[in-house]
Design a binder for this molecule. Structure first.
Ligand code: PEP
Ligand code: MG
Length: 823
């Protein structure tokens, strides 16, 4: 019997289509195999999986392959190149619509039709639907008629064209990862989408090509026009607009936290800190020099093209293997780095360029090397630093395929020590054996490169951008690096080695000690207990925090429940999540911050008018108060959980007393709605993120139980330095005496009447702990990984009252003077 294979970007879609087709078979058994998605939930197609599916569906009669869109077709073609020629000749790639085609094909295969007959039936499968909606399309399924239908389809497409302008809200613009999401999603529609950057005039470029989209140079705030044509033009645009509103599902900033890099000050070829920690050891080198493109005599075009596809398929499998490893080691957000690489090697424009290189007489390796060099050059010419550094990713992936084409060996690391390389593909960083490679020095690269991000998540101390001179260090030479400060030494003298070793030992001993006593309370030497809590966004965070001694969740970023979805979670869903958080924390207090969206975190289902300065616009409590149901539903969920476990409700971005009163009134209404009276342990507080709120804290104090200072936003507003803008990153320093004075103002106004907490990143700075405590802060809420260290720092404070320390820091000239005082 003819077998069927369903190739789709989505496993769920393919499984459902097969279930639907099975309904029509009334018990007949047609061999149907699925090759869909990179796993159960990740969109993508894989030629190797398609080969396996074909082999399993083939019982000797032949197989018809039905595909969804774009790269599904490309992957199916690649699968044919890879499969045993004996099987290949009985396989038909069928251009029928996936769902209708599969249903018709299954019925026809069950009736004993040959693969050619099954394919022809499937191609005509839209007939019933077309005649029902009176579409002027021929009903027969022969090849000429199919052409006609496609032509007519095209002319209909031209009529259904639409355009829309979106503003890019991602801090680093439309760089590789968000661009990869855009390309992934745009390919799912029967529509051709083109993009133009209205701010630079770049484009139009097709949304189906990662290499072209990323070179639009679309930075944060740029307006990008999307024009779609095709039968699903509108749906495609609606979908992409929703995606853009979700910042292309990019939720984390890729700027390294705590980095001391000051881009403006950096001398060329000065190493930059990329991943904290100290590493000392013999230099290891990895022969990562670019391969010389061999002088091959091309065979026939088909053979050369097949070589390219085979090499791409091999590298794709390798990247998928590393992606799975990265997901296990560092979580899904680290693993997404590789999605951009996967998109790049399947990029239709890139492969088209390779193909035309082959058509003009080049051998596979030369055609590939030329096409990838063009893409790399486009990236390298973009004005934005971050986007420009993506050229390194393109280069690295290009080298992987070129090596495979030329049969060059994969570079290997010999021995144990500090690895020095020009640059590493993220895959190589993810694959490093951390028991052997104790540090990393890259001649090129930047702290925001994906390799640096991975080094940080894997705990490998690293400096990057050290210049090509480091490549001359002979293997075996002792080298040392400090990934916190960016210092790098070749053959360091004994004194330097002693200093670095001592610092390293201290850091390790401190971490071990902190961990050993993590569960004990954090009490200063003079007997004052400081609450150390955790900032959590997920149940995993809460579990990790409880294990490391967190006494409460000092900040639950509830917006993580709302972002990345097309509709709001129900009250029941929210209650369930907050309950799970409380359980993970062993019933300790949850500080639930009300929805903090708007600005850089738009919500698709809470539409806002476009704003010139979103950080100064409708965000936090301002937006929440404008939202009827969304805010009220959240408050009802809070109140429900507050009847079961201690809850503090915290309002973000409060600027005026009127906002607080308004928010409290809505909370009272929620208490009435829930109908069980005011929960006994319910507390209410505000985040202090707006400088004016800090200065008039006394006006708020009588009305609340606590202040929680959000130093991340407070710093950006106090110093007029947007937190996502790397150009002003060095200005936005929370140790600036101007920011410290605002914190002092809050503590003074609270005057023991209500608790003052700090939940911004400053709370995790151990050297600032004595100062914050001396100012009057009594709760510090930090990332789960910092809880133990901050508790440890508290235990080393001799006396909470230290007016001399406070005076010296508040009157210091700037943040570096404050750092000197704090030591
Ligand atoms: C802050 O602004 O310091 C804060 C903790 O809130 P977020 O970082 O979520 O804006
Ligand atoms: Mg904030």
């Amino acid at each position: 019997m003819t077998g069927l294979v369903v190739v789709s970007h989505s496993r769920a879609l393919a499984d459902s289509a097969v279930a639907l087709a099975a309904e029509m078979l009334h018990g007949s058994q047609v061999p149907i195999a699925v090759a869909a998605g990179l796993d159960a939930t990740t969109f993508g197609t894989d030629a190797t999986a398609i080969v396996e599916a074909i082999v399993s569906a083939d019982d000797g009669v032949g197989v018809v392959v039905l595909m969804d869109l774009g790269s599904a077709v490309l992957s199916a073609e690649m699968a044919l190149d890879m499969i045993d020629p004996g099987i290949r000749e009985r396989v038909v790639l069928c251009p029928a619509p996936l769902v209708e085609g599969l249903v018709v094909a299954a019925v026809s295969a069950a009736g004993g039709a040959t693969p050619a007959e099954v394919a022809a039936e499937a191609i005509g499968s839209l007939a019933a639907k077309q005649s029902h909606v009176n579409a002027p399309v021929p009903l027969s399924a022969d090849a000429d008629r199919v052409e006609e239908r496609l032509d007519e389809g095209d002319s209909r497409d031209a009529e259904t064209s639409a355009s829309v302008v979106v503003k890019i809200a991602n801090p680093h613009g439309l760089h590789a990862r968000p661009a990869a999401r855009l390309v992934q999603e745009a390919r799912l529609f029967d529509a051709k989408i083109e993009l133009r950057n209205l701010d630079t005039g770049a484009g139009p470029v097709p949304a189906s090509s990662l290499s072209r989209v990323a070179t639009l140079g679309a930075l944060c705030g740029h307006r990008v026009e999307l024009t779609a044509t095709g039968s699903q033009a509108r749906e495609a645009l609606d979908h992409v607009v929703a995606l853009a509103n979700r910042r292309f599902d990019e939720q984390e900033s890729v700027t390294p936290s705590g980095s001391e890099v000051s881009p403006g000050d950096r001398a060329p070829e000065t190493p930059m800190p990329a991943s904290p920690g100290i590493a000392i050891g013999p230099a290891l080198s990895m022969r990562a020099a670019d391969i010389e493109v061999p002088d091959e005599t091309p065979q026939d075009q088909e053979t050369e093209w097949r070589r390219v596809r085979a090499a791409v398929a091999k590298v794709r499998r390798e990247i998928q293997r590393i992606r799975a490893k990265a997901a296990r080691d560092g979580g899904e957000s680290e693993a997404r780095i590789f999605d951009a690489h996967l998109m790049l090697i399947d990029d239709t424009d890139l492969l088209e360029a390779v193909r035309s290189g082959i058509a003009s007489g080049a051998a596979a390796t030369r055609a590939w090397a030329d096409a990838i060099a063009d893409v790399e050059a486009e990236f390298a010419n973009v004005s934005d630093d971050y986007l420009r550094s993506r050229a390194l990713d393109v280069h690295a992936v290009g080298q992987q395929v070129a090596r495979s084409l030329a049969g060059a060996p994969t570079p290997r690391i010999e021995g144990d020590g500090v690895l020095i390389a020009d640059d590493l593909v993220p895959a190589q960083v993810a694959d490093l054996d951390t028991s052997r490679v104790t540090g990393l020095v890259l001649a090129s690269g930047s702290p925001t490169s994906h390799s640096a991000i991975l080094a940080r998540s894997r705990g490998i101390p690293a400096v990057v951008g050290a210049g090509s001179v480091v490549l001359d260090v002979s293997p075996g030479t002792t080298v040392a690096l400090d990934g916190t400060t960016g210092r790098f030494f070749v053959d360091p003298d004994n004194e330097t080695l002693r200093e670095l070793r001592a610092a390293d030992q201290d850091a390790h001993a401190k971490a071990a000690l902190a961990k050993a006593e993590a569960l004990a309370p954090a009490v200063t030497v003079d007997g004052v207990e400081i609450l150390v809590g955790a900032n959590v966004g997920s149940v995993d965070d809460a579990q990790a925090a409880a294990g490391d001694g967190a006494e409460l969740a000092g900040l639950v970023r509830t917006e993580f429940l709302y972002l990345g979805r097309d509709n709001a979670p129900t009250v029941d869903e929210q209650v369930e999540t907050y309950r799970a958080l409380a359980d993970a924390l062993g019933g300790r207090r949850l500080t639930l911050r009300t929805l903090d969206v708007g600005g850089d975190k738009p919500l698709p289902y809470a539409p806002q008018p476009p704003e010139a300065n979103p950080f100064l616009g409708m965000r936090g409590i301002r937006l929440a108060l404008m939202q009827g149901d969304l805010f009220d539903a959240q408050l009802r969920a809070f109140v429900t959980v507050a009847h079961e476990t201690p809850v503090s409700v915290m309002f973000p971005m409060v600027s005026t007393l009127h906002e607080l009163e308004h928010a409290q009134h809505r909370l009272d209404e929620a208490i009435t709605d829930v109908g069980r009276g005011r929960p006994e342990a319910l507390q209410v507080g505000i985040m202090v993120e707006v400088p004016a709120a800090a200065l008039k804290a006394a006006a708020f104090a009588p009305h609340i139980d606590f202040f929680s200072i959000g130093t991340n936003d407070l710093t950006q507003y106090a110093l007029a330095a947007e937190r996502g803008n790397s150009a002003v990153a060095a200005l936005g320093d929370p140790l600036d005496p101007g920011v410290l004075r605002l914190i002092e103002s809050v503590c003074r106004a609270a005057d023991g009447r209500c608790l003052v907490a700090v939940c911004g990143e400053l709370a995790a700075n151990e050297s600032a702990t004595p100062l914050l405590v001396a100012l009057g802060v009594r709760e510090l809420s930090v990332a789960p990984t910092s809880v133990a260290a901050i508790k440890h720092a508290v235990r080393h404070i001799d006396q909470v009252v230290d007016s001399d320390l406070v005076r010296r820091c508040l009157t210091a000239a700037g943040p570096s003077e404050v750092r000197d005082i704090l030591g």
